[in-house]
Design a protein around this ligand. Sequence first.
Ligand SMILES: Cc1ncc(COP(=O)(O)O)c(C=O)c1O
Length: 386
Amino acid sequence: MKLSERLARLGTETAFEVLVRARALEAQGKSVIHLEIGEPDFDTPSHITDAAIEALKGGATHYGPSAGLPELRQAVAEDSTARRGVRSTPEMVVVTPGGKPVMFYVILALIDPGDEVLYPNPGFPIYESMIRYIGGVPVPVRLLEERGYALDVEQLIDKIGHRTRLIILNYPHNPTGGIIPEPGLRAIADAAVRHGVPVLADEIYSRILYEGRHVSIAAMPGMEPLAIVLDGFSKTYAMTGWRLGYGIMPAPLAQVVAKLQTNATSCTASFTQLAGVKALRGEQSAVEAMVAEFRQRRDVIVDGLRQTPGFKCPRPQGAFYVFPNITGTGFSAKPLADRLLDEAGVACLSGTAFGEWGEGHLRFSYANSLENIREALRRIKTCLAM
Ligand SMILES: Cc1ncc(COP(=O)(O)O)c(C=O)c1O
């Protein structure tokens, strides 16, 4: 079968490949601690699961509108208005199966071949994959490790040119857990408004924040016609397998994105959307408890990695990842990640899985128990001492 030429430009998410390798080792009887995959290890809170069961029994088993059920669009708009301090309306919301399709649809909707897109590198690998796939030109922007992996805002602004059609931001950031401090967001917003460039703000980790409150670029002056926010339920409510996310964007773009969804999946499953309403409107204490637990794990893993010879590890402000610099070990990132999996039974990702500027780093997801994190740290130290 002859594959399309553009397929050669499609990238992937290495986390899923490493997970397969780790599982194969486990099948051979080896013990593996999973610090590679980016999903909360908690169960979805039971009141949300109960809402889905009730919805199923109540007959929410049919097609729904492509943009999402009105109840959920309304709940998302209210939640976003309250949390981001910017007026969102249901017409601006498109509900999608996970947050990821928002990237796909928005890039499809806005980018023609040759158009430039600015995005963080290292960063979530699907940004670059989608930009290339569509025929756009990826323009990477560095992160400043010495400033807790904040995006290099000056560099980003310098790179905005007459072909720039989209800026992608992600805060808190995967793979580093870094944020973009408010003055930086303001400067980016000013530049985006000056040049009339839309901004896709991936805020999927906006509720997993350890210091301060979440500030969205969507709330900055002049951003109303340019801001596209990606968020969802996967990380906040431990609902990765449910596939439920959303985008919030100017209403005319929301209509286009809904049309793309009509072409791709028709709509998001109805009963999961009703569970989403419950998640947003119901009790939030499970989210707070999860974040408190993540904070404790963050401190254990950061302190442990800082005591590991050759590692330097900033303390991240959000998400559930650490991104230590491992250049002091003398290894490159991929060989070290492979060695830790094969010899120590610790699965993690090479920084290069997030772009070429991720070299010299590893990503550990601390969405695992404190006991397992402590054991992983012990194994890493032993392996490096060999
Ligand atoms: C930065 C970032 N954006 C989006 C997503 C996608 O989330 P979802 O599982 O809701 O599609 C992820 C998942 O890992 C992520 O890390």
